[in-house]
Ligand binder design. Sequence first.
Ligand SMILES: Cc1cc2nc3c(=O)[nH]c(=O)nc-3n(C[C@H](O)[C@H](O)[C@H](O)COP(=O)(O)OP(=O)(O)OC[C@H]3O[C@@H](n4cnc5c(N)ncnc54)[C@H](O)[C@@H]3O)c2cc1C
Length: 394
Amino acid sequence: MANTNGHGEPILIAGGGIGGLAAAYALARKGLPVRVLEQAGEFKELGAGIQLGPNIFRAVDALGLKQELLADVWRPGALEMRCALSGAQVTRVPLDQRFTQRFGQPYAVTHRADIHAVFLKACQADNLVTLETQRQVEGFEQHDGGVTVTLQTGERIAGRALIGCDGVWSKIREQIIGDGKPRVSGHIAYRAVLKREEVPADLWQPDIILWAGPRTHLVHYPLRRGELYNLVAVFHSDRYVEGWNAEADADVLWAHFKGQRPEVLRMLERIETWRMWVLCDREPVKDWSRGRVTLLGDAAHPMLQYLAQGACMATEDAVWLAEKVAAQPHDLPAAFQAYVRQRYLRTARVQIMARVYGDFYHARGPTAELRDRMLGGRSAEQAYDGMAWLYGEM
Ligand SMILES: Cc1cc2nc3c(=O)[nH]c(=O)nc-3n(C[C@H](O)[C@H](O)[C@H](O)COP(=O)(O)OP(=O)(O)OC[C@H]3O[C@@H](n4cnc5c(N)ncnc54)[C@H](O)[C@@H]3O)c2cc1C
């Protein structure tokens, strides 16, 4: 039995990714002991960049970790979309003081490992959090007073409740919702992280640049105080491989980006080894709790990455879950229901809108022309108005 410092049985958390660690820390701050069961041999995130909208800063501010998160980020000056065929600028949304004033929080980009490390350090420093590796959760049973989790080794672990933070292929979701495998979007992401000096000076840009092409796009931006450079190239393909880290075939990528601007091709040429993700999501569901078991982050509402919100939504979930649990700590099933009611429509909107943005980025012909006119005609204020539902709330 894990040490819970006399606070009674812990809440179990399956999965120690960004969502699991954010939830562990948020609950511990409310005085609840938690035990995080991670299948991997260490608590670690794979190397790639993620964008952080103002809404995640609102959430980490609530957890008292905003300054820690800001310490290693890069603050881009704008979000810019360019046509990958003509090179023309489609739209440029400033992320300067006007943006920060409008939303009360900044926009930044970070290395996935850096945000994960912020939550990990916070958990390590909190004696209500027990962190355990090599604990692959297979399933659970629940009874009136709690839950019992079974590990792949056959070991059984008891807790007051269970939060499935085990990502898009969640075992816990399988048991409480049972909606099969995730939906394969038909889009594949290749990613790579370069050192700053590996990027030719004329190609290095301080902003987030998205090159929209027919059925492709490339995004690049600096990371980690500007020391690194993140590249994500997305194209259409029916390939399906589970996991976030499969090795990728560069020839397949070249076939899809052929004919695009030299800036795009020269950037892609810099990469020797690509890693690949098959992009998956699920249909939104209205209820992802059953009694003393609930879900959080990608396990609850996996989304395509086109709004750059998966980690942001997982962190928002963590804050709300802890709020609802703290409001009725003696009735966890009711607290979990309240948490889901708070979250399901907001996360469903992001799941749905992320698909729409994916279609927008990869548009061809008249659809692309229409996109360019709609986005290109906006002032900064109009662009901010369009983002308010996402960035203005939590
Ligand atoms: C190409 C791409 C770009 C993205 N860009 C952004 C972005 O810009 N901004 C953003 O906010 N989000 C972005 N995301 C999404 C974001 O990465 C995810 O939404 C986020 O990491 C989800 O966190 P999570 O903790 O819910 O799940 P995961 O990160 O998947 O973590 C799950 C954890 O559970 C563990 N686990 C799994 N199964 C078990 C088990 N049975 N037992 C025990 N442990 C288990 C895993 O090892 C892992 O540690 C992007 C995603 C992709 C694919």
